[in-house]
Design a protein around this ligand. Structure first.
Ligand code: MTE
Ligand code: MO
Length: 323
């Protein structure tokens, strides 16, 4: 079944606003630590995670393929423990700070090796694509992981619409650059804007998702509203948030974490328990929301558990060289 976004410019009924506000607030109030935060900072009581036209509930989602039946990480953890350096380097910074991101209006430029390049309103980018729910594991390079019910559609479906040329070998994606909206960009911790890239076959793989929501709702800002990538067999940093540009290229694009520390972060970044990060083991991971910091860690799986789907993409490549 298709799910419908509200039409652009259609005013949002106040009942929905109130309902969403209530739900968002109730969720936030459910956590004691958060309650203290809310009392100290009244800003937290305004919905922290609204996404303009796409705000609110995304209904009647078909369950997409590749979904894991593992227990999803609680919504509170998914939306309060984030990496999004545009809003600070602490895990709780994005949830505190990302309310300054304006996701409406939003446009996306598609350019490079495509026959139909241009800059398009987000709703025009999304309109032809039915959304589905896909419950994916996502593992951060920092050895923690979550299970998230994403809402989105395959990136490959979108790329096909813009007709890649025969020279298109890679896809480069760029996040928003705006120092007013993204205060973390005033500090040079990373080379802004955040960029990421995939090989064309990785980008076209049916597992690779463009996400617009999670837990049946539009993406909270801290999770990369209004449009982000989800590549579940790669370390989390490949899953770029708040995308404004998609460029198809003939040569391998650079990616932000590789620029920052080329010895530590490669282009491929495939989850691999046998290839350690230079400063820590990648053999195990901590599942966020599954108890205390000291809860036993679980084994990390090759390709984060998606080997059956993607291992063939890397046959003949040395994972120690192409990390
Ligand atoms: N634009 C942008 N995208 C980003 C990041 C970032 O700092 N900026 N961090 C990445 C990292 S390291 C991870 S682990 C995931 C986290 O996604 P989540 O907060 O939705 O779990 O986002 C990725 N996408
Ligand atoms: Mo990460």
């Amino acid at each position: 079944m298709l799910i419908r976004l509200k039409k652009p410019n259609e005013p949002r009924p106040s009942e929905i606003t109130d309902h969403e506000f209530y739900r968002a607030r109730r969720r936030f109030l459910q956590g004691g630590a958060v309650l203290a935060g809310a009392l100290l900072a009244p800003g937290w009581l305004s919905p922290p995670a609204q996404a303009g036209r796409f705000a609110g509930k995304l209904e009647d989602l078909a369950k997409g393929p590749f979904s894991t039946d593992e227990e999803p990480t609680p919504y509170e953890d998914v939306t309060s423990y984030n990496n999004f350096y545009e809003f600070g380097t602490g895990k709780d910074d994005p949830a505190h700070n990302a309310h300054t991101l304006r996701t409406d209006p939003w446009s996306v430029t598609i350019e490079g090796e495509v026959k139909r390049s241009g800059t398009f309103a987000l709703e025009d980018i999304l309109r032809p694509h039915p959304f589905e729910e896909r419950v994916y594991r996502l593992r951060c390079v920092e050895a923690w992981s979550m299970v998230i019910p994403w809402v989105g559609f395959p990136l490959g479906d979108l790329l096909k619409r813009f007709e890649p040329t025969s020279r298109a070998k890679y896809v480069e994606m760029t996040a928003l650059y705006d120092r007013e909206q993204m205060p973390g960009q005033r500090c040079g911790v990373l080379d802004w804007p955040y960029v990421e890239g995939l090989r064309m076959d990785e980008a076209m793989h049916p597992l690779t998702l463009l996400a617009v929501g999670l837990y049946g709702e539009a993406l909270p800002n801290q999770n990369g509203a209004p449009l982000r990538l989800v590549v579940p067999w790669k370390y989390g940093f490949k899953s770029i948030k708040s995308i404004v540009k998609i460029r198809l290229t003939e040569t391998q694009p650079r990616n932000t974490w590789n620029i920052a520390a080329p010895r530590e972060y490669g282009f491929y970044a495939n989850v691999n328990p046998d290839v350690d990060h230079p400063r820590w083991s990648q053999a195990r991971e901590r599942r966020i929301g599954s108890g205390s910091l000291f809860a036993p860690r679980q084994k990390t799986l090759m390709f984060n558990g998606y080997a059956e789907e993607v291992a063939h993409l890397y046959l003949g490549m040395d994972p120690r060289k192409h990390f």
